[in-house]
Design a protein around this ligand. Structure first.
Ligand code: VGL
Ligand code: ZN
Length: 196
């Protein structure tokens, strides 16, 4: 693996795993993501805080106020999910040890805006994902996460547009709808996103 690569883990948080928006293949996707992390970090030094210097792992978390416009009560398509301060927006316990505050980005915080892409998600210091990837000199972004048809798709497309080489790990995805997942993958490939 090259030194200019990073893994981006999208929305592997409880509401998308076993909560109000539980997705298909989520548990399998988490196990496959952990296997990928083991592989890429196997021969690298890790410090006691779990930082993977040579293969950074970044996280995106859907993170909504209770009155978010995407919720049914406000006329949106979704049940309430990933409400700030609830279990639903916590990263799965098996992945959480890999998450650093400065490499964790929150999206969907504006009550008036749907934000499927994590590209403009912000960490606690107010830096966007795109900014931090550039600061880290990352050229290749590997993506795992939930859901294929929404956040994974929109984030992958924005990263590609911004000039990153993007690889989606197809065994490491959860989805709202199986056919939707199957239909999304060739679209991403046709746009220039690599499927692995
Ligand atoms: C997402 C549904 C609702 C996603 C976010 O990020 O994939 N999907 N909110
Ligand atoms: Zn959401």
């Amino acid at each position: 693996m090259m030194k200019d690569s990073a893994l981006l883990v999208v929305d592997m948080i409880y509401d998308f795993i076993d909560g109000s928006l539980a997705c298909l293949h989520a548990e399998e996707a988490i196990q496959a993501s952990l296997a990928f992390i083991d592989k890429v970090t196997a021969d690298t030094e890790t410090d006691p805080t779990g930082v993977h210097d040579t293969f950074p792992i970044l996280f995106i978390c859907d993170h909504h106020p209770a009155n978010h416009c995407s919720f049914a009560a406000q006329g949106g398509p979704w049940p309430p999910h990933c409400v700030a301060g609830t279990r639903g927006c916590i990263i799965h316990e098996a992945l959480a040890p890999h998450a650093l505050e400065e490499l964790t980005f929150y999206k969907g915080e504006d009550p008036a805006q749907e934000q499927y892409s994590g590209f403009e998600g912000k960490n606690m210091a107010g830096q966007t994902l795109g900014e931090v990837l550039s600061l880290l000199d990352i050229k290749n972004v590997y993506i795992t996460g939930i859901a294929t048809e929404y956040c994974v798709k929109n984030t992958a497309e924005d990263l590609l547009k911004a000039g990153f080489k993007v690889t989606v790990l197809t065994d490491c995805l959860g989805y709202v709808d199986h056919q939707g997942h199957l239909d999304t993958l060739p679209v991403l490939e046709s746009e220039g996103i690599r499927l692995l």
